[in-house]
Design a protein around this ligand. Sequence first.
Ligand code: GLU
Length: 435
Amino acid sequence: MPSMSKEINSFEIVKGLIDTSVKKLNLNRAVYDILTEPQRVLTVTIPVQMDDGSLRVFTGYRSQHNNALGPYKGGIRFHHEVNMDEVKALSAWMTLKCAVMNVPYGGGKGGVIVNHKELSPGELERLCRGYIRAIAPVLGSEIDVPAPDVGTNGQAMAWMMDEFSRYRNHNEFGVITGKPVMLGGSLGRLEATSRGCVFTIREAAKATGLKLKDATVAVQGFGNVGAIAARLLQQEDGCRILAVGDSGGAIYNPRGLDIKALEEHKSCTGSVKEFPGARSVTGEELLALSCDILVPAALENQITAENAGQIKAKIVAEGANGPTTPEADRILAARKVLVLPDVLANAGGVTVSYFEWVQNNSGYYWCEDEVNQRLERKMVEAFNEVFCLYQKRKDVDMRGAAYMVAISHLAEAMRVRGWLGSQVYADAKCDYKLA
Ligand code: GLU
């Protein structure tokens, strides 16, 4: 996988995209000023006793970007490349994502600089508990609600929810989502990001006349999002998954990979590489494969000005946050590749997090079919709103349209709250409803 994340600053990228949309919507500059800085960013140090008796001090962050539409909401990332600007960018994307989806949340994100694969289960538990204790003063089910992200999972959420409940002296299930089902998690949450991504792919395929049966797919990233998206596309839509890559390597089989068997292979060996019957390819070759659908489901800044010209897929569905740079967006748009942007395509996760929180707050739990049906309704509605605007305006791509939908929702919420003073629109003729 290309490792360009260092040179490209995701927070500068998101600010540029917000700037463009605020101008296109003809909104007052105050909207830009508010949305381009988080409302609060907390930096914490977390001392953790290691198994060998030594002490390591980790650095963590929580960025609370905007709460105009509801409590801050967003995952916690454990990764060695975490930095404050990345966390700020990811928190801004959460604000936009929840606003596109009409989910009543703001945006937040947390991160800890750590290679979680190097820690023992005991060390990981102590790090999860230490991190949540450090940020506990700014959390709460009506204040800020974390969830899993890259490098964290349901077990981590269980430890964090347990630690927070001790801090508050009562069980607070709704403070964290993505929990194990036994501890107030929602059925369908584990698959939700991937399922949401598949729903947007289905809508895009309908809209563009692409038949999903036997459609060819390449997936970059074989963690929770990429692996389950590949499995659903294969099992439910009859797609042929040609290639899959993870941090250990990438593999290719022109006849298609058996995703269930590949998931077992990865759980035994830790990587997709050396999967029987497939040949190994580089990360760059995977992105450039001849296929109908490319799903980047790893990290930020993978599709760049350097490789966008080689992409042959008709649809790029962003399972990851921020995988495509603005230069790459322009190259893909010129080549008529339809990019389903992260704030829409991977919004299934936070949407089912919202369902989990609703279930926690009401104490009544839904069956998996109900979760999936409600998710489908939300994804199709949001896709249609974004796609209609994209078709109507000739001057935006799908990402531009999604940002305009999100920012119009946010601007209206901030206006009625009184955050923007008396003047909202730079030009009184602006129609924020985009109709
Ligand atoms: N980390 C996921 C995301 O980036 C899920 C966030 C959540 O469920 O709050 O969308």
